[in-house]
Design a protein around this ligand. Structure first.
Ligand code: NAD
Ligand code: UDP
Length: 337
């Protein structure tokens, strides 16, 4: 297939591009580089030996995106493009809704105009809110008690895609609810390159281990969990990328929802210890107040994806820490260097 990857220069998009190329697909990337670097694409080209066409455009600007994609053929789209910083979404809700909703609307219109019937969408476990039971399966209620505009934008996008599919039954859409993507390609050539102070746990820990930051703040130690710190389901980004390929290759008309997670929860302190082990470096930390909007514990029940996509995670948290460390230690300033 020839696959359009919106936001394809980003963290998950770049790893997915690599996996798709290795599985024999062609990719075309559309990105405005608002949160990524052309260097990531160059490195995927270097790792795969493929030449990757890149279209620089703002997908939320429908006419600009349509003009930029004029004459570009594709059989399917994976829609990664969007803004993802939870805290920022609380401060700038209109920008978050505009970018995250308008980009999906523009893509759906473009696909319908051109008769492109396969769509994979980057959703998030955040749509489950504070889960009623763990591990959560796809039947768990979604869109209840969400605590920030980012999470709402994911839930709204799911609904928009369902409505678009109902109006155009030939469309096959897959909503992938990611748990916590971590790690990097084992080469250490591509990885997660957050701008400024990382919001997420693993890149923050990696910057502490490499000496860029003094210590980790552990957000809360009084949750009803194994050691009082928050529990999440960390999934290696290469496993996640393979999940996209599996979903893409099995799309049928209709809408399918899949959790992409490992099925295992890890606490903040367990991640700290795993990273120390993998890097051989100490990760000093201090307990800080719980972060607003955080849930105590969430992990995926990935059995639907395991069965229907014939996909499962094959990499451990230790593998993810090792690969994140390879990336971080070889690229202490990310792609900027
Ligand atoms: P990322 O920021 O690295 O990648 C997103 C890419 O989209 C970037 O390259 C950015 O430049 C691009 N982009 C943003 N707005 C755009 C626009 N208007 N037009 C064109 N390109 C635009 O983020 P990521 O971690 O790779 O996440 C990819 C997707 O997965 C996002 O939709 C995100 O919300 C979702 N997701 C991420 C996580 C996570 O923890 N990383 C978890 C769940 C869901
Ligand atoms: N966390 C932390 N310190 C940090 C960043 C995150 O203790 O600097 C905790 C956070 O409270 C949560 C877990 O690490 O329990 C994962 O947070 P992250 O932001 O990576 O992902 P989230 O699950 O919130 O999307």
């Amino acid at each position: 297939m020839r696959v359009l990857l919106t936001g394809g220069a980003g963290y998950i998009g770049s790893h997915t591009a690599l996996v798709l190329i290795e599985r024999g697909h062609e990719v075309v990337l559309l990105d405005d580089f608002s949160n990524s670097s052309p260097e990531a694409v160059r490195r995927v080209e270097e790792l795969t030996g493929a030449r990757i066409p890149v279209i620089e455009a703002d997908l939320a600007d429908r006419s600009a995106a349509a003009a930029a994609l004029e004459g570009v053929d594709f059989d399917a789209a994976i829609h990664f493009a969007g803004l993802k910083a939870v805290g920022e979404s609380v401060v700038e809700p209109t920008r978050y809704y505009r970018v995250n909703i308008d980009s999906t609307l523009a893509l759906l219109d473009l696909m319908r105009e051109r008769g492109v019937t396969r769509l994979v969408f980057s959703s998030s476990a955040t749509v489950y809110g504070d889960p009623e039971y763990v591990p959560v399966d796809e039947a768990h209620r979604a869109g209840v008690g969400l605590t920030n505009p980012y999470g709402w934008s994911k839930f709204m996008n799911e609904q928009i895609i369902r409505d678009a599919q109902a109006a155009w039954p030939r469309l096959g859409a897959v909503l992938l609810r990611y748990f916590n993507p971590v790690g990097a390609h084992p080469s250490g050539r591509i990885g997660e390159d957050p701008s400024g102070i990382p919001n997420n746990l693993m890149p923050f820990i990696a910057q502490v281990a490499v000496g860029k930051r003094e210590r980790l703040s552990v957000f809360g130690d009084a949750y009803p969990t194994v050691d009082g710190t928050g529990v999440r389901d960390y999934i290696h980004v290469m496993d996640l990328a393979e999940g996209h390929a599996a979903a893409l290759e099995r799309i049928e008309a209709g809408v399918e929802v899949y959790n992409l997670g490992s099925g295992t929860g890890s606490s903040v302190l367990e991640v700290v210890r795993a990273f120390e082990e993998a890097s051989g470096r100490p990760v000093p930390y201090a307990v800080a107040p719980a972060r607003a909007g955080d849930v105590a514990e969430i992990a995926a029940d990935p059995s639907r994806a395991n069965a229907r996509l014939r996909w499962r995670t094959t990499r451990s948290l230790a593998d993810a820490c090792r690969d994140a460390w390879t990336w971080q230690s070889a690229n202490p300033d990310g792609y900027a260097a």
